[in-house]
Ligand binder design. Structure first.
Ligand SMILES: Cc1ncc(COP(=O)(O)O)c(C=O)c1O
Length: 358
């Protein structure tokens, strides 16, 4: 379930923050995978979308077009793609949107250059820089310069800038600690930007940032575009990490609806949301609005155990809401979200890119 007013408030708050800070906002669609939410973000000033995977981008672009969204969407693929066949798919997509792709290896440039030339499309290429996460990205300025040089030598690619995503910093607790870690990450990106500029490459776009650091990154003067994703839903893990910090002030707009299917025991009831209902990498979900002592515990594939303080107040058939521990991989388990205003279901939104993980 997604509370529409809370979702909209989150979308507006991040958009207002970015605009007041003079940075662009390109929210990450990997968190919601929904053209409905993407459109809300685009209509509130986002310059475009970030997508983790090509499959995600293909589906979202098509759905936005199908739904009559008029502007040509700008999409950044934030993970490198590999192989001629995938590069060819990216070139097909580049016909339907303004496509930018990150690259962290010279072969990635060659594959994309050939595919874009054959398809007669232009693709923007950003050099992905490892700023400490160690997941993807070039390790330093030398590789970045060679990638930029290669791109400049092609006919259908244009060098768009750099990406430095500090995934390892997003959930650091304590604002000062997170700020110091975020500074360390963007400093690494700045070294690469300086080296590229010194070598004569323009670096128009410097993109990165997630929910935990975007509000800090904006003041550090290196990134000029932010790509937070989870802020639209604000899962339990993020709330625990960010607490009352300004970055933590987004509303928890997403919940899993669960029904009490058995209430025969003393001290707990059994609900129909188990391991299959949510991602379990970040611990347990939060039970909404049931007061002290009412906690969820995993109880197998299909069920959850919800403790009840004192005599059971929850009864068979009662409906409870759970804030997911980790939103992205939870949303990806569902076909649709119910959109609610207060207690009223006002519509549904498809999770269009569900399962599009490649
Ligand atoms: C490259 C990149 N940018 C941005 C984000 C958004 O981060 P968050 O959901 O923490 O806001 C992610 C999330 O994993 C990411 O991988």
């Amino acid at each position: 379930m997604c509370d529409l007013d809370l979702l909209s408030a989150n979308v507006v708050a991040m958009a207002d923050f970015a605009s007041a800070s003079g940075v662009s906002l390109r929210p990450h669609a990997k968190s919601h995978k929904s053209a409905f939410v993407a459109r809300l973000q685009l209509e509130h000033g986002a310059v475009g979308l970030s997508c983790a995977k090509l499959g995600e981008a293909e589906v979202l672009v098509d759905r936005l077009i199908e739904d009559g969204y008029q502007r040509r969407v700008s999409v950044l693929l934030t993970s490198p793609i590999v192989g001629n066949a995938v590069a060819a798919r990216a070139s097909v997509l580049a016909d339907r949107c303004d496509l930018a792709v990150v690259v962290d290896h010279p072969a990635g440039v060659e594959e994309l250059a050939e595919a874009a030339r054959r398809a007669g499309v232009e693709i923007s290429v950003l050099c992905d820089v490892d700023v400490g996460l160690g997941r993807t990205g070039v390790l330093g300025p030398t590789e970045a310069r060679s990638i930029a040089g290669l791109v400049r030598g092609t006919s259908h690619l244009r060098f768009g800038g750099v990406q430095g995503y500090a995934g390892h910093v997003q959930h650091v607790s304590g604002r000062e600690e997170r700020l110091a870690a975020a500074r360390g990450a963007v400093d690494r990106l700045a070294v690469v930007v300086d080296a590229l500029e010194a070598a004569g490459h323009e670096v128009p776009l410097r993109t990165g940032g997630g929910t935990g650091t975007s509000m800090l990154d904006a003041g550090l003067g290196v990134l000029n575009e932010l790509q937070p994703g989870s802020y639209v839903f604000m899962d339990r893990e993020y709330r625990d990490a960010l607490g009352d910090d300004p970055e933590g002030k987004f509303h928890q707009s997403l919940t899993i609806a669960a029904t009490v299917v058995s209430a025969n025991q003393t001290g707990f009831v059994t609900v129909d949301a188990g391991l299959k209902a949510m991602a379990t990498d970040a611990g347990e979900p939060l039970v909404v609005g049931q007061g002290e002592g009412v906690e969820y515990h995993f109880f197998g594939d299909e069920h959850g155990l919800v403790t009840t303080a004192g005599p059971a107040r929850l009864e068979r058939g009662d409906r409870i809401e759970l804030v997911p521990p980790h939103c992205d991989p939870t949303v990806d388990r569902y076909d649709q979200m119910w959109l609610v205003r207060g207690d009223v279901v006002v519509g549904t939104a498809d999770i269009d890119a569900r399962g599009r993980s490649q």
